[in-house]
Ligand binder design. Structure first.
Ligand code: FPP
Length: 234
């Protein structure tokens, strides 16, 4: 196996739509295949001994997609979260969520709470699903929290530093990603973990997400093992 394994892998699962179009299937069939691939690849990632996985499942901007696609994605979440609840009886994965989940209907919010509670003590792969997530939105919400604390007299400007800001982010206490993988050929981060990805190594693959398998993952990990991380130093 690769000598230097990332502790935390983040993925932008892009290319579901094109995967579906190539097969003359509706866009949502691509998301379904993508959700299935996430299940398969999470197991692979856990087997390799990677500790953290954070995936971009729904961005704040995705809500502006056609209503039918948004509804399809929400339905998929209902279904898969239920499946994850069942899975939690047999596996050791912990599920966390980042993003503004207050926008979801109560039944979906309930499933999210159930999953968080059921997997709280799990020590296997720590999976974080970004849903209704945007890096800028997360920073705005963090700024609001800090201002609220300041207004109540519990925080002064000098108390705000990188550590206190990091503590107010959705991702806390998960460590920052070491490796970002984006599938589907685009080379951008699309408002994903703007703060947390500051020193992540970035790997871009042309493979469409539903086709991104164990061998493709291995390619990304081998590439990562060859990187020299300097964090701005020499
Ligand atoms: C980008 O593909 C992908 C998304 C907008 C959503 C990703 C969601 C999943 C993989 C499903 C996850 C679901 C659960 C239940 C965790 P795109 O539609 O932008 O693809 P395209 O660029 O080819 O059109």
């Amino acid at each position: 196996m690769t000598a230097k394994l990332p502790a935390h892998v983040a993925i932008v699962m892009d290319g579901n739509g094109r995967w579906a179009s190539k097969r003359l299937l509706p866009h949502n069939a691509g998301h379904r295949a993508g959700a299935q691939n996430l299940r398969t690849l999470s197991e692979e990632i856990e087997k390799l001994g990677i500790q953290y996985l954070t995936v971009y499942a729904l961005s704040t901007e995705n809500f502006s997609r056609p209503e039918k696609e948004v509804q399809g994605l929400l339905k998929l979440m209902h279904e898969y979260f239920q499946q994850y609840i069942e899975d939690s009886k047999k596996n050791d994965m912990r599920m966390r969520f980042i993003g503004d989940t207050t926008r979801f209907e109560p039944e979906l919010q309930q499933k999210i709470e159930t999953l968080k509670t059921l997997t709280r003590e799990k020590k296997g792969l720590q999976v974080t699903l970004a849903i209704n997530y945007g890096g800028r939105d997360e920073l705005v919400r963090a700024a609001r929290k800090l201002v609220r604390e300041a207004a109540s007299g519990n925080l002064s400007p000098g108390d705000i530093n990188e550590e206190t800001l990091a503590r107010t982010l959705d991702t806390f206490p998960t460590p920052y990603p070491d490796l970002l993988i984006r599938t589907g050929g685009e080379k951008r981060i699309s408002n994903y973990m703007l703060w947390q990805l500051a020193y992540a190594e970035m790997y871009f693959s042309d493979v469409l997400w539903p086709d991104f398998g164990a061998k493709d993952l291995q390619g990304a990990l081998t590439w990562f093992a060859g990187r020299q991380r300097r964090y701005g130093g020499r």
